[in-house]
Design a protein around this ligand. Structure first.
Ligand SMILES: Cc1cc2nc3c(=O)[nH]c(=O)nc-3n(C[C@H](O)[C@H](O)[C@H](O)COP(=O)(O)OP(=O)(O)OC[C@H]3O[C@@H](n4cnc5c(N)ncnc54)[C@H](O)[C@@H]3O)c2cc1C
Length: 283
């Protein structure tokens, strides 16, 4: 009963719905107002080969439904959906299947970043496709190692989506205060404006976004801006109206609980959650 209610409330706000068709239809609604979509199939830490094959198949299926050369629609894959919890080789093979189709169709592919113990393997996974120039990697400013990773990967033509990070990490590997995480975000942003060809500023934080807008003007360099569907849709619309290239990250699928719990933890306070219910208005 509660599940049904929460599902309706959150699925409507943050998640497109259970099917590929729901994702595309939400993406089309964003397209109508000039905003692109990044589709992510829900689910992670898969170990059953059937589930891994199903998740890989869903990405191949959504690619089938996107027109060739569509610059407004992208996909984003969690490494542990396509086999990283089983073996790096399995994940590489499945990523190769998805990326070769995406590249044929000229659709951009992102690799999500998960827990810190997976970063080395995820970077290796990314390196297996980096030379295609049509795949990007999410990097997290709360990790102490990230600036160094970005410096190294940018020498190989890396394309990045910069986020703060969504998992609970130990202070040995991660900055814990908001000030440190934000300072690292700003440092990495500055590095990216100076040293990389393309990246996405993925945040709902006005401080980070307006800093990026300012740097973008100083460097005369346009970048992408991404937000999670339903968190601050109005701000994303405002950025689009200011001439910025914007994307909404749209999860879809049945496994909505883990994703929603993460978003509720970030909201941290019921008033913030209510704000997202009001300001993350449905598109
Ligand atoms: C496009 C995109 C892709 C992402 N991909 C990944 C990924 O692959 N791996 C990963 O670890 N993380 C990913 N994230 C999540 C990210 O790491 C953060 O957990 C999340 O974006 C919150 O951080 P923030 O930058 O918005 O800043 P915060 O400091 O958390 O928030 C800044 C402000 O935004 C608003 N806000 C933020 N969250 C909420 C909320 N849930 N409800 C209401 N208001 C809110 C509030 O006003 C808050 O003060 C992604 C985020 C985006 C936007």
């Amino acid at each position: 009963m509660l599940n049904g209610f929460m599902e309706k409330l959150l699925a409507g706000k943050w998640i497109a719905g259970p099917s590929v068709e729901d994702a595309i239809s939400r993406g089309e609604r964003f397209r109508k107002i000039g905003i692109g979509a990044i589709f992510n199939y829900l689910g992670e830490a898969l170990t059953d080969p059937k589930d891994i094959e199903e998740a890989t198949g869903i990405y191949l299926n959504i690619l089938d439904k996107i027109e060739d050369g569509d610059q407004q629609f992208q996909i984003s894959i969690k490494p542990t959906q396509i086999g990283l919890s089983v073996s790096l080789d399995a994940a590489k093979k499945n990523l190769e299947r998805i990326v070769s189709k995406a590249n044929e169709k000229k659709i951009f592919t992102w690799i999500d970043m998960e827990e810190s113990e997976l970063v080395d393997k995820t970077i290796e996974l990314y390196r297996s496709q980096i030379s295609t120039g049509n795949v990007g990697l999410c990097v997290q400013s709360y990790l102490r190692r990230t600036k160094n990773d970005v410096e190294e990967l940018s020498k190989e033509g890396g394309i990045f989506r910069l986020v703060k990070g969504a998992y609970t990490e130990d202070e040995k590997v991660a900055f814990k205060t908001k000030d440190e995480i934000n300072k690292n975000y700003e440092d990495i942003l500055t590095f990216m404006f100076e040293n990389t060809k393309m990246f996405m500023v993925a945040s709902h934080d006005e401080l980070m976004i307006e800093k990026a807008v300012k740097l973008s003007e100083e460097h005369k360099k346009e970048v992408w801006y991404g937000m999670l569907n339903g968190i601050r849709n109005q701000y994303l619309i405002d950025l689009q109206k200011r001439g910025k290239k914007t994307f909404s990250y749209i999860p879809f699928g049945q496994k909505w609980i883990q994703y929603s719990v993460r978003r509720m933890q970030e909201a941290g306070h019921i008033s913030l959650l209510m704000k997202s219910m009001l300001h993350g208005q449905k598109v």
